[in-house]
Ligand binder design. Structure first.
Ligand SMILES: O=C(O)CC1=CCC(=O)O1
Length: 92
């Protein structure tokens, strides 16, 4: 099942820089493993925002839910999830 997920990151202004760098590194490792596994299919930066648009290919809603809840930056994110299905005019 394909989902579009929009994530906006809101880091508290008082978070120490070292803590922020450590969470970002964990997030990167987590995201890159899922990309290598073919689950996190697209990861795009939204220009001018600390936000991304991503496409996930998962077995079901529960897999996506668990995966999103596991994001190290999850406590600092606003998230919007949209299920996708094939467009009838798509040639792919
Ligand atoms: O920077 C972001 O948009 C949040 C994020 C998702 C995966 C990652 O590595 O950073």
């Amino acid at each position: 099942m394909l989902f579009k997920v929009e994530m906006t990151v809101n880091i508290p202004k008082d978070m120490p820089a070292e803590e922020f760098e450590a969470i970002k590194l964990k997030e990167k490792n987590y995201a890159q493993k899922l990309q290598e596994d073919g689950i996190w299919m697209h990861l795009w930066r939204v220009v001018g925002q600390y936000a991304n648009v991503s496409i996930f290919d998962v077995k079901d809603n529960t897999e996506l839910h668990d995966l999103l809840m596991g994001l190290p930056l999850y406590p600092f994110m606003e998230m919007s999830v949209t299920p996708l299905c094939p467009h009838p005019s798509s040639i792919k």
